[in-house]
Design a protein around this ligand. Structure first.
Ligand code: MG
Ligand code: MG
Length: 265
């Protein structure tokens, strides 16, 4: 989502970062629960209900539900859908990939975290797209440190994705996170090194590479939400919430619960 309410960057105190860590962990646990459920035949709407119930059980509320009038707890984007897919009743198919993006609102702060899951067995080409996109996220996180600028994050993500011949989505970007879901600064997944705002302690951002197997061009579907690739090739999306503490990146969200659930499958 690329809608920004404020121009200023709100740097967070240690106490705020601790609340945001819990907001991010609630989303991380939610995605871990979903990881165990995702298989052919399951509907996105079923996953959405599980997520909403769990988030509410954690004294939080779904961060996306009602935000800019979005109708659900999860954005579920399948195959050529990039982001902002609305969960529906059509069962998942073997070989699909689904990007599950989830937000929480906990004690006045947002968490925002996403993972692209394989449904059953997917092709080697798609496995590679997921792997490289996850690497792009890790590379972006590593650049989120004092001494760098925001442009360094996008520069390195773009280099890695394009090295593999993939398209880096330009129309949607990562973002600052806090008392609003989308704060300054914008965090593009492309750009020039040494440009943009200086990274300072207390910065909290959502880094979220959206990487397409083919063209970087995207279009919006007729539901006015779902973003899809212009060439209908698949797209992957991974997202972490990252705070800058003592000059270094600290990832507030985690894939640990997802990886534990997938290992048991
Ligand atoms: Mg998100
Ligand atoms: Mg986000």
């Amino acid at each position: 989502m690329g809608i920004f309410n404020r121009k200023q960057i709100f740097y967070k105190t240690a106490a705020e970062i601790e609340i945001m860590r819990e907001a991010a962990q609630i989303v991380s646990r939610t995605l871990g629960i979903l990881a165990a459920q995702i298989k052919p035949g399951v509907t996105p709407l079923h996953l959405d209900k599980i997520a909403e119930e769990y988030i509410r059980s954690q004294n939080a509320i779904p961060g996306f539900l009602g935000l800019y009038d979005f109708p659900n707890t999860l954005c579920i984007s399948i195959n050529e859908q990039v982001v902002h897919g609305i969960p529906g009743n059509k069962p998942l198919n073997e070989g699909d990939i689904i990007s599950v993006d989830c937000g929480s609102y906990f004690e006045g702060y947002y968490g925002d975290h996403a993972y692209t899951f394989e449904v059953g067995e997917v092709s080697p080409e798609i496995k590679k797209l997921l792997q490289v996109t996850k690497e792009c996220l890790e590379i972006g996180v590593a650049q989120t440190k004092v001494g760098n600028r925001i442009g360094d994050i996008g520069f390195h993500i773009q280099q890695h994705a394009e090295k593999h011949g993939y398209g880096v989505v330009r129309d949607l970007v990562g973002h600052g996170l806090g008392q609003s879901m989308h704060e300054e600064p914008q965090v593009p997944n492309y750009g020039r090194r040494g440009t943009g705002k200086q990274i300072q302690n207390g910065l909290v951002i959502a880094i979220e590479p959206m990487i397409n197997m083919g063209t970087e061009q995207v279009i919006q579907a007729s539901d006015n939400w779902t973003i899809i690739t212009a060439d209908n090739q698949p797209s992957a999306h991974f997202e972490h919430d990252v705070a800058v503490v003592n000059g270094k990146p600290e990832v507030l969200s985690t894939f640990k619960y997802i990886e534990e659930a997938l290992a048991k499958k």
